[in-house]
Design a protein around this ligand. Structure first.
Ligand SMILES: Cc1cc2nc3c(=O)[nH]c(=O)nc-3n(C[C@H](O)[C@H](O)[C@H](O)COP(=O)(O)OP(=O)(O)OC[C@H]3O[C@@H](n4cnc5c(N)ncnc54)[C@H](O)[C@@H]3O)c2cc1C
Length: 441
């Protein structure tokens, strides 16, 4: 990959952004921040102005914050940017030769630069009988509808023990809902958490009354006359649900799969997302389960850029293509893509950072944890509450590569410096809560 030639787009140039989520909203704002005076058209399928999603599984789902709290910019600030915002409109096709996009209202919009911020959609359950009965959580509308279904003492089954599933579990428990989470892997958040951190998260949920079933899945379901759903679960490890939680054991064989029935009023699938890369693929832009971009956010077409959840990053220091599904990445890569579209970009090589809030505990993951050859813990890895703090440090050759902090926001900021300084650290000092991390930086 080579450094792009600086291009100065003239004041009558047209930039189209598809997708008005976090990445698209920040891309549009940045174009104006960078003094681009041409036409910016932002097309979003959802009716809402650019918005972020983290509150949708937290405060908005709990009903303590309105949907408008997710909007990225105050409406007056947004209006002052003079952006041709086409809300509630879907782009149906990209014509790269004519440099136009076709909208679902029959109109076409021309572009000199195109930025794809189409994000992803929630993966749904494919079990017969469950397509309609289960729900997912991705959009503002999903969050509002699910909130109305989470009544005290109602029974919620969450399929998938990843971040969305666990945040829904935490919010629902706080609303007095009876919550079971079933996860196929032998641990929670298997894609992003090492086992020891996942165990601590599981203990937090168990302390707060969430029933967690690991190594299991849904195999069948039927809707009952009262609207509830009876689901059949297959659990392959020793963690059988207790009798109190399940209505009956249908089939069992010691040490192998047991099939259990559970009745729920609501089923939420938290089983990941599918990147919305179909538009790019149909237009012949290179994709691999997402739109492929280099560190300048460029796709295989040099006048088309991509950012956020839809982008698969390669080039630069990356040893293999990767996607970062996080709030920070959507914002920072949206900003980077806008600058690159103007020819003013620098390589986008973020240090991965993700956060979550569950039961009053803030979890943050910084850097990489999966290539470590040693981990050190500061604090008790058995138990976490809103009053305590635990940090896991992941090192390779004595050099800090990543950190997972539970209620450790300030230390995470220092840890960023420790990761960046890339020197061999004193592991005894890392493990000792009475040694300030700042003294190591
Ligand atoms: C419920 C929830 C909670 C989360 N919580 C956290 C958290 O606590 N911490 C964290 O770091 N991350 C969190 N995330 C992840 C983070 O929100 C996402 O990574 C981020 O929203 C991605 O932004 P995006 O702009 O790339 O995509 P999206 O937010 O998916 O936006 C893409 C937009 O493009 C639109 N679109 C798609 N195709 C078209 C088309 N053809 N025409 C027009 N419009 C189109 C879509 O309708 C959508 O509005 C959470 C995500 C969810 C769903």
């Amino acid at each position: 990959m080579h450094t792009p030639e600086p291009t100065t787009l003239s004041n009558d140039a047209r930039i189209v952004i598809i997708g008005a989520g976090q990445a698209g909203g920040w891309a549009a704002h940045t174009l104006r921040d960078e003094k681009f005076a041409g036409t910016i058209t932002l097309i979003g399928e959802e009716p809402w102005p650019p918005h972020e999603r983290p509150p949708l599984s937290k405060a908005v789902l709990a009903g303590v914050a309105p949907p408008e709290s997710t909007h990225l910019f105050p409406l007056t600030e947004w209006a002052a940017l003079d952006i041709d915002w086409r809300g509630h409109h879907k782009v149906l096709a990209i014509d790269r030769a004519a440099r136009t996009v076709d909208l679902d209202d029959g109109n076409s919009v021309g572009w000199d630069r195109l930025i794809l911020c189409t994000g992803g959609r929630a993966r749904t359950l494919t079990i017969p009988g469950l397509e309609e009965a289960s729900t997912t959580l991705r959009t503002i509308d999903d969050s509002i509808q699910l909130h109305h279904r989470l009544r005290p003492a109602s029974r919620l089954l969450i399929v998938g023990g990843g971040w969305i599933g666990l945040e829904v579990a935490a919010t629902a428990r706080q609303l007095g809902v009876d919550v079971t989470v079933i996860e196929t892997a032998p641990q929670l958040c298997a894609r992003s958490l090492p086992a020891e951190a996942a165990q601590l998260l599981a203990s937090l949920h168990k302390q707060n009354g969430v029933h967690i079933l690991l190594g299991g899945g849904l195999c069948d379901a039927k809707k009952n006359a009262d609207g509830s759903i009876t689901a059949q679960l297959s659990i392959t490890n020793q963690q059988k649900p207790t009798r109190k939680r399940t209505e009956s054991v249908v089939n069992s064989s010691a040490g192998h799969a047991v099939t259990e029935q559970i009745t729920a009023d609501v089923i939420v699938a938290g089983i990941g997302m599918i990147p919305n890369d179909e538009l790019a693929r149909s237009a012949g832009v290179a994709c691999a389960n997402g739109v492929l971009v280099d560190q300048y956010c460029r796709t295989s077409d040099p006048s088309i850029f991509a950012a956020g959840d839809v982008a698969i990053n390669s080039g630069g220091r990356a040893t293999k293509p990767f996607r970062l599904e996080s709030w920070q990445n959507a914002q920072q890569q949206g900003i980077a893509a806008a600058r690159c579209a103007l020819g003013a970009g620098t390589p986008y090589e973020p240090m991965p950072w993700f956060w979550s809030d569950q039961f009053g505990v803030n979890v943050q993951i910084l850097g990489t944890t999966n290539d470590a050859d040693q981990w050190i813990v500061r604090g008790s890895p058995q138990c976490i509450t809103s009053e305590t703090s635990v940090i896991f440090f992941y090192l390779r050759g004595g050099i800090l590569r990543g950190v997972i902090g539970f209620n450790a926001g300030r230390d995470i900021r220092t840890a960023r410096r420790l990761i960046e300084q890339s020197t061999v650290l004193d592991t005894d000092a890392l493990a000792n809560p009475s040694v300030s991390l700042k003294t190591l930086a």
